[in-house]
Design a binder for this molecule. Structure first.
Ligand SMILES: Cc1cc2nc3c(=O)[nH]c(=O)nc-3n(C[C@H](O)[C@H](O)[C@H](O)COP(=O)(O)OP(=O)(O)OC[C@H]3O[C@@H](n4cnc5c(N)ncnc54)[C@H](O)[C@@H]3O)c2cc1C
Length: 419
């Protein structure tokens, strides 16, 4: 029998990769190896409704409410959950598990995602939380009791969502953010300031342009010290300061692991024809926009990347040329106090932000923002706008960023991507 395609990482991207391998016609064995003990589940609710509702439910019930449906096409896939991959030798095509078992592979899919970045702070470790997994959310939920003083470090999407959930549960919430406004990095300072004002109207306090430099407390955290020497008392401290790609197990294979795994536009890992990467860990160029490789940490990424990566890997295993490239329109959303923030495209490319509908003074009344690079529309953001209007703005971004010509695609794939 052929060596299996081994998928490392049993999150959404690992699951979608297994499904897409079958959809692309791979009939050989597939093994998915994942460190978490839970079958693949949906992460977005972990900072929203699942966090709000997990405190008084058994863990298996919370998991059941989040777990992805298992499609018939992957019923014959071998799952090795609760198993960490510690190493990989791409010359001999093997992966090594934590118990030192060595598995051969015919093709490899890297789907190991991210883990929360942690701050190096002096002080106690008990009482510090971060949020990526179901187990993280399940541990945090009972601590968000009414009246608890919660400090969220970091005002990105996940930090803002945790803050909104915590205040909804009756906590007293402060967000500490080094930038001038929350979400400023993702959406720009104007939109960030507008979202901050919205959160403030819901009772959340912000300490912007401030960093946490230490934690106070003896056995457990009792507060955070800011860089102006002020102290915020806290019962719960949540670090939401970004993520780090899980790539250590890939060391020694001469890959570019400087920010996730560098791939070409077909999701082939640069330098290795029989290895692809999918999901949050993959850094690849979306030729619809440009040829700069970047990681895209959105829920749509596992599905979008798995479709192309499976086509690429199956072609390689059959000895035929791979076709296509991952040119899907990036799409993301966030829910904060019940307000839907929906985005299409790459706002980070913009040098000009234009409000086309509504007023940033009250985002909850509905605002549409267009992000331009020069005259080119690179992203659209819709805040509190009915879903029926979303498609039109997505189409505008798509039209402004057409698919690359076959020539451009071919050239990019042949020359690989800049290291
Ligand atoms: C709290 C939270 C809220 C979110 N909300 C939104 C939202 O509202 N909207 C949106 O668009 N996106 C949201 N996202 C992002 C979205 O969920 C991610 O983009 C998506 O989960 C990425 O899936 P992935 O499979 O690539 O990575 P992951 O989900 O990180 O899965 C990777 C898996 O690989 C495993 N693994 C890692 N290393 C190893 C190893 N060495 N051996 C074996 N297994 C390993 C990990 O344990 C993990 O299970 C949110 C994410 C989080 C964490």
């Amino acid at each position: 029998m052929a060596d299996p395609v081994v998928i490392v990482g049993a999150g959404m991207a690992g699951l979608r990769a297994a499904e897409q391998l079958r959809a692309a016609g791979w009939e050989g064995p597939v093994t998915v190896i994942g460190e978490e003990t839970h079958a693949p589940y949906n992460r977005p609710p972990l900072s929203k409704e699942a966090l709000a509702g997990a405190a008084d439910k058994p863990l298996h019930e919370v998991h059941a409410s989040l777990a992805f449906r298992q499609r018939a096409s992957v019923a014959d896939v071998t799952w090795r959950l609760g198993t960490r991959v510690t190493g990989c030798d791409m010359d001999s095509r093997t992966v090594t598990l934590a118990d030192e078992t060595v598995l051969d592979y015919g093709g490899l899919v890297i789907a190991t995602g991210l883990r929360p970045r942690r701050l190096r702070l002096s002080g106690p470790t008990v009482g510090r939380s971060a949020l990526r997994t179901l187990d993280d959310a399940y541990a945090l939920a009972p601590r968000l009791r009414a009246g608890a003083r919660v400090v969220v470090i970091g005002g990105g999407f996940i930090g803002c969502e945790i803050a909104a959930t915590a205040i909804g549960l009756g906590c007293a919430v402060t967000v500490v953010e080094p930038a001038p406004a929350p979400l400023a990095t993702a959406l720009g300072p104007e939109v960030g300031a507008a979202v901050q004002a919205f959160h403030e109207r819901r009772g959340i306090t912000f300490c912007t342009e401030r960093k946490v430099v230490a934690l106070t407390g003896d056995e457990a955290v009792s507060g955070v010290v800011l860089d102006d020497d002020s102290v915020l008392e806290a019962d719960v401290v949540v670090e939401a300061v970004g993520s780090e790609p899980n790539v250590e197990w890939l060391a020694g294979n001469e890959l570019d692991l400087s920010d996730g795994v560098l791939c070409d536009a077909q999701l082939r890992v640069v330098g290795r024809s029989d290895v692809v990467a999918v999901g949050d860990v993959a850094r690849y160029p979306n030729l619809r926009f440009d040829d700069v490789p970047r990681r895209v940490e959105h829920w749509c990424t596992p599905t979008d990347t798995a479709k192309q990566a499976a086509r690429t890997l199956v072609a390689q295993l059959r000895g035929t040329p791979a076709t296509g490239a991952c040119t899907a329109m990036p799409s993301f959303w966030s829910d904060q106090h019940g307000l839907r923030i929906q985005g299409f495209g790459l706002p980070g490319l913009a040098d000009d932000v234009r409000v086309v509908t509504g007023d940033l003074d009250r985002v909850e009344d509905g605002v549409i923002v267009h992000y331009h690079r020069g005259e080119r529309l690179v992203a659209a953001l819709l805040v509190g706008i009915p879903a029926s209007q979303h498609r039109a703005h997505r189409d505008l971004v798509e039209a402004a960023n057409p698919l690359p010509t076959d020539d451009k695609l071919q050239t990019s794939v042949l020359k690989g991507v800049p290291a």
